[in-house]
Design a protein. Structure first.
Length: 300
């Protein structure tokens, strides 16, 4: 019975949210002009009837709810969330991320609360667990997204010097800039190669190299890459040799990497103080002083 009540509650809340988000508010002028406009029906891919329930039902429903959530979000919040999602390397819309947060912070705590109430738990414990789950549902997705961004930026930062050494060697060997970057895409693996491949596709389709590279630096969000892209754009504008500019910037990048490694090495002794004091020293004192304490107790 508790599971039935929880399932009915989940289904009711889901359908209510979907119905509220599916209502489109039109002005009187748009309502009048709606019958006069001709909209060509778009082609939709036919769903394979033999595919899984997730592909046939859950994924289209999540996409539809995500589109509705995109329409509800303010433009500034949508742009900010879109920037964070791009930096994390995720291929989802901001509305889908908000939908996941709503499920974790709204629907899941409600189902748990209903199950606990049906199980006979006190209201104080129910409210405590409900508040903890709401806080976790709001906080955990944000922490996960920021940690993914940080990990991805670290991978890009580590791959930059070797990748741009290859670009420098390719440019000085006589290859063009686009061919040098394409060679990096073929030889290097990781998030930087993926973003660079996307940038090269945009340039191939007719976008200017300056805008494509600046957008790539904004999508990744690494300061070293941003300064390097600015140097490349400025060198291309002023007619300076790109090989020399990339070589200098790569050297600066390696110097910063070495300085950061030395900084982490100097921080290591300070970070080891707390495990030594609270974990290792007490065990050593027990091993050394334990037999003496036992002998003193036997003598008394």
């Amino acid at each position: 019975m508790p599971y039935l009540i929880a399932f009915v509650t989940f289904l009711t809340v889901t359908l209510a949210v979907y119905g509220a988000m599916s209502k489109s508010v039109l002005s009187p002028v748009e309502a009048r002009l709606g019958g006069l406009r001709y909209t060509r029906p778009g082609r939709q891919a036919v769903v394979d009837p033999d595919s899984s329930f997730q592909v046939r039902v859950l994924r289209p429903m999540m996409k539809g709810l995500g589109k509705r959530a995109n329409g509800v979000l303010p433009s500034t919040m949508e742009q900010k969330l879109q920037g964070l999602i791009q930096k994390a390397g995720l291929k989802i819309a901001p509305g889908q991320f908000i939908l996941v947060v709503a499920l974790l912070a709204g629907v899941a705590p409600l189902i748990l609360a209903m199950m606990m109430i049906a199980g006979g738990q006190s209201m104080k414990i129910v409210l405590m667990f409900w508040g903890a789950m709401v806080f976790g549902g709001l906080y955990i997705p944000r922490v996960w997204l920021l940690s993914r961004i940080k990990r991805r930026q670290k991978e890009v930062w580590r791959a930059l010097p070797d990748a741009f050494d290859l670009i420098t060697a390719s440019v000085e060997a006589g290859l063009g800039v686009d061919a040098a970057f394409a060679r990096v895409v073929d030889k290097v693996k990781g998030p930087f190669a993926e973003e660079l491949a996307r940038t090269m596709r945009e340039i191939t389709r007719g976008r200017s190299r300056r805008d494509a590279f600046l957008d790539m630096s904004e999508r990744i969000g690494v300061d070293e890459l941003r300064s390097l892209v600015n140097a490349i754009v400025q060198a291309e504008t002023m007619g300076i040799s790109l090989g020399a500019v990339i070589r200098v910037q790569t050297g600066v990048m390696r110097t910063k990497r070495r300085q950061k490694a030395e900084e982490q090495a100097f921080k290591a002794p300070i970070k080891m103080v707390f495990p030594l004091v609270f974990c290792i020293f007490p065990a050593i004192m027990v091993v050394i002083g334990g037999p003496a304490v036992l002998q003193i107790m036997e003598s008394f």
